[in-house]
Design a protein around this ligand. Structure first.
Ligand SMILES: Cc1cc2nc3c(=O)[nH]c(=O)nc-3n(C[C@H](O)[C@H](O)[C@H](O)COP(=O)(O)O)c2cc1C
Length: 327
């Protein structure tokens, strides 16, 4: 069964690791979470046994795969299904050189038939849905017909959900970071797509950083996916959760912080590093007096006191905010 894609956190390499996802799940029980992109090469060849590890609370959880070999993707899809992921997304949006040389990511927008073969092979291997996260085009191939052809071929292959980062990717000359800011956002592409294919689930991504913008996109789209804005100010997840029709949540910043602190204490006993664990919460008090001091205390102290969970409550004293009494 397909997930409710109304609100999701974008897959972000080095950011949306399992700790980050655990933290986001504390803020919203419903938002769809994505793993960072995992390449088929890493999954099939790595010695690491923790690549598919996650906490059960992270559901609904989508794994994002990077690759273009249909057989390999099918094997990885089966591994993901066996590991309990709810859905599998293929990355057709990443523009980095490394990804292009591996012939996956955004350059695959030029090879819709190959992507469709991947989708079909994966669907034969598993019963969970296969979805695509795309750009609207690449380089000079960025008119609506190019985009629509890509979607049509993959829809015919059985893909029912398209997450559209609404800017094209420039494959030469721009870094991945520049490729997330320089090409303009053209939201009329996903809007037209939804009008042309009302039966598809169309999720809009790119530049959505306020509740109002999310609500505007939900006038035509089935969902919004948000990346950097949630990383910078994770409480926006709660604001959107409460505004976009989910069961309103009552827990406050401190409830979330203390629950995450318990999680960190548990993770430290399993060998995790405090320095890494604090990254997702740096923006938790975004907008409150003391937020900068909180951040700088955490980033200075955590690397020095790798196992000392008290760093979090010490940092908390620097925030000038008293939780509301909700009883
Ligand atoms: C640090 C970082 C890492 C990213 N890694 C991935 C990734 O692994 N897979 C992917 O499809 N997109 C990745 N993206 C792109 C985001 O998923 C998203 O499409 C993009 O940031 C636009 O959404 P936003 O404006 O809401 O941030 C990454 C973005 C950032 C900032």
């Amino acid at each position: 069964m397909s997930l409710n894609h109304r609100l999701s956190v974008a897959p972000m390499l080095d950011w949306t690791d399992r700790h980050c996802r655990y933290f986001h799940r504390l803020i919203s029980p419903n938002i769809v979470l994505y793993t960072e992109m995992l390449t088929t090469g890493a999954l099939l060849n790595s010695e690491r046994t923790d690549l598919l590890a996650y906490d059960q609370s992270e559901h609904p959880l989508v794994i994002q795969l990077g690759g273009s070999n249909p057989e390999e993707l099918a094997v990885c899809a089966k591994m993901a299904e066996d590991a309990g992921f709810d859905e599998i997304n293929i990355n057709i949006g990443c523009p980095s050189d490394r990804v292009q040389s591996g012939r996956f990511g955004a350059c695959l927008m030029r090879e819709p038939e190959l992507v469709a073969e991947c989708v079909k092979k994966m669907q034969q291997a598993v019963s969970i849905p296969i979805t695509l996260k795309t750009r609207i085009g690449v380089d000079d191939e960025a008119d609506y017909d190019f985009f629509k052809r890509f979607v049509t071929i993959n829809r015919d292959a059985g893909c029912e959900t398209f997450i559209v980062h609404a800017r094209k990717a420039l494959l030469k000359g721009l870094s991945p970071k520049q490729n997330r800011t320089i090409p303009p956002l053209l939201y009329h592409f996903p809007e037209q797509l939804k009008a042309d294919f009302p039966d598809l689930t169309v999720v809009v991504n790119g530049g959505i950083d306020t509740v109002q913008k999310a609500q505007n996109h939900l006038q035509y789209a089935d969902g919004v996916m948000i990346g950097r804005a949630f990383w910078n100010a994770p409480w926006l997840i709660r604001d959107m959760h409460n505004a976009l029709g989910f069961q309103p949540q009552q827990t406050n910043h401190d409830d979330i912080l203390y629950a995450y602190q318990d999680y960190c204490a548990r993770m430290l006993t399993q060998g995790a590093n405090l320095h890494w664990l604090i990254r997702p919460i740096l923006g938790l008090f975004h907008g409150f007096p003391g937020s900068k001091k909180w951040k700088s205390y955490l980033v200075t102290e955590a690397p020095k006191r790798k196992n000392d969970i008290r760093v979090l409550s010490e940092a908390r004293t620097l925030i000038n905010y008293v939780s509301e009494n909700r009883s």
